[in-house]
Design a protein around this ligand. Structure first.
Ligand code: FES
Ligand code: MG
Length: 586
């Protein structure tokens, strides 16, 4: 007794019908169906408004605490408008918000929690398809991981970047210029008045960070995967085009339900390789490495660090966006946005004959896409850099790999040997970094451990270790820095990140002593601790594993199941293959 939805405009053959999942809640003669219909009357809906229509969950990460998602309450209404007009029945589902700026110790601790929440809500309620609203850093991978695991038709609506920051006639980038001007204050070059003006100018509209930080990197990756409406990622949050894009997603998702198009049809290996290519061509955030590996894992696709390094050697950086470049997301939008960039990458670098949620093929989707500013989006012949912005390093200090975004480092540091100055954790680094007794020189290698997925916990964005004040005052702007942490997409410098295994589980990073020398050789993809094996063995025997941090709660679940950075930091029980049974409607 499932209901079908015929569609004259879909790819479904005429006369054929698709059984709606939500029919298992609403249809039939049983008392449960009667109850579900009665409760829908209680919601205030007439039978004529929803009976037989696909139920579309509008999964919303809006919250008062998340400035990047301020506008998503209104955008949900635009999505619903589209859903109604296409003959669907929209219902909004508020889910956890992961606010990059406010949540301690880091929203990364909770990415998998939001993914679980998304998956289980979609599974346990009468839902036929979903529109996912998010964009602040971890919300994008979390929502997409959950939707991929739930396996229902889904479209992602990126929150969109905030407007350019502004201060005393200068354009400001969120994140990037926060670090920069904080260093200016520490160096005594600006004072309280400037700081209070900067507070008002750094982030001056709703929307996600408008540099190529993790947010824009991941929403662009989502668009490249083909799970957003065309051009969605670069539309500024407050532009009217953003509301129209949200409505278009609502219209389109109903069609995906009618054709039975699920994330599995879109999120293929080719799509993930194109997402990697896109991130590299954007000079995007290193966080994408972890998130894309985890997202692919949910689709049964094994992405490795080597996939990133291999693709990085062939893909030029085309987007000149801060922190690596000069412009901001607003400029990128006016220059043609992601469709312009993808069109330039074209057949040389992308798989254009794969489907997207909006079109039969990416090729069709990109037809007519133009670039309007060759400075913001460079032609292939005149790239910002010949090679992608990422290298994967290995060596006795990182047997399972480490990453560096070398385009944002000072070139003379990319082949460098220096004395290690080791900090066991972030608080002790903060306490001691300016201690003159450490006598840190610009040639030293700053090492931070205890900051990985378990050690952090949550692998916080500590990777851009501060340069000591006394060196800053001498004009030192970059140093080699190593950690098992992540780095904010808006940060920069010669920072080796994601060292795996992390020190907390006894990775070699745990065995480094101040005074050892470390060699970084990015062209050779090498990270080496210059200590003999026998000595390392002796240190390993003496090493004591730290006690568990959590005795109960989500932290304990996290500690028991989190994987290391090189495999995406998903939970073991979420990333394994298998099928979750359809719930009983009783
Ligand atoms: Fe939300 Fe940067 S803080 S995107
Ligand atoms: Mg960030």
């Amino acid at each position: 007794h499932g209901r079908g939805v015929g569609s004259a405009v879909s790819d479904v053959e005429e006369g054929s019908e698709r059984v709606l999942r939500s029919g298992r809640w609403f249809d039939g003669d049983g008392v449960r169906s009667f109850s579900h219909r009665a409760r829908t009357r209680q919601l205030g809906f007439l039978p004529e408004e929803h009976a037989g229509k696909p139920v579309i969950a509008v999964v919303n990460t809006w919250s008062d605490i998340n400035p990047c998602h301020q506008h998503l309450r209104e955008r949900a209404e635009a999505v619903k408008r589209g859903v109604w007009q296409a003959g669907g029945f929209p219902l909004e589902f508020p889910v956890a918000t992961l606010s990059e700026t406010f949540q301690k110790p880091t929203p990364m601790l909770y990415r998998n929690l939001l993914a679980m929440e998304t998956e289980e809500l979609l599974r346990s309620y009468p839902v036929d398809g979903a529109v996912l609203l998010g964009g602040c850093d971890k919300t994008t991978p979390a929502l997409l991981m959950g939707a991929a695991s739930a396996g229902l038709p889904a479209i992602f609506v990126p929150a969109g970047p905030m407007l350019r920051g502004h201060w005393r006639g200068q354009t400001l980038g969120s994140g990037t210029d926060m670090w920069k001007y904080w260093d200016e204050k520490r160096a005594g070059r600006i004072g309280e008045r400037e700081i209070s003006e900067l507070e008002a100018g750094l982030a001056r509209s709703p929307g996600t960070c408008m540099t190529m930080g993790t947010a824009s990197t991941m929403t662009s990756a989502a668009e490249a995967l083909g799970i957003t409406m065309p051009g969605a990622a670069a539309i500024p949050a407050v532009d009217s085009a953003h509301s129209r894009m949200a409505a278009a997603a609502g219209l389109r998702v109903v069609e995906l339900v009618r054709t039975g198009t699920t994330p599995a049809d879109i999120l293929t290996r080719d799509a993930f390789e194109d997402a990697i290519t896109t991130v590299l061509a954007l000079g995007g955030s290193t966080n994408a490495v972890i998130h894309l590996i985890a997202m692919a894992g949910r689709c049964g696709i094994t992405l490795t660090l080597e996939d990133f390094d291999r693709i990085a050697r062939t893909v030029p950086v085309l987007a000149d966006i801060r922190p690596g470049g000069r412009f901001l997301m607003e400029d990128f939008y006016y220059a043609g946005g992601l469709p312009g960039l993808l069109a330039r990458l074209g057949d040389t670098h992308l798989h254009l004959d794969r489907p997207t949620v909006a079109c039969r093929s990416l090729r069709e989707q990109l037809a007519g896409a133009l670039v309007h500013d060759d400075e913001v989006i460079r032609p292939l012949q005149r790239p910002v850099a010949e090679q992608g912005g990422l290298a994967v390093l290995r060596g006795n200090l990182a047997p399972d790999g480490a990453v560096i975004k070398h385009i944002s480092a000072e070139p003379h540091l990319l082949q460098h040997t220096g004395r290690a100055v080791v900090f066991d954790d972030y608080p002790s680094m903060q306490q001691r970094i300016n201690d003159p007794d450490l006598a840190i020189t610009p040639d030293d290698v700053l090492v931070l451990r205890g900051s990985g997925p378990l050690g952090g916990p949550g692998m916080p964005e500590y990777g851009m270790l501060p340069i000591p004040d006394y060196l800053l005052k001498q004009g030192v702007t970059d140093m080699v820095r190593l950690s098992d942490a992540r780095m904010s997409g808006t940060s920069y410098g010669a920072c080796v990140l994601h060292i795996a295994p992390e020190s907390h589980v006894g990775g070699p990073l745990a065995l480094v002593n101040t005074g050892d020398t470390i060699t970084l050789d990015v062209p050779a993809r090498r990270l080496h601790l210059n200590v003999p094996d026998a000595e390392l063995h002796r240190r390993r025997q003496a090493w004591q594993p730290p006690p568990p941090r959590y005795e109960r709660g989500f932290g304990a679940l996290y500690e028991e199941h989190i994987t290391q950075a090189d495999t995406g930091c998903d939970f073991t029980f979420l990333s394994r293959p298998g099928h979750v049974p359809e719930p009983h409607t009783s």
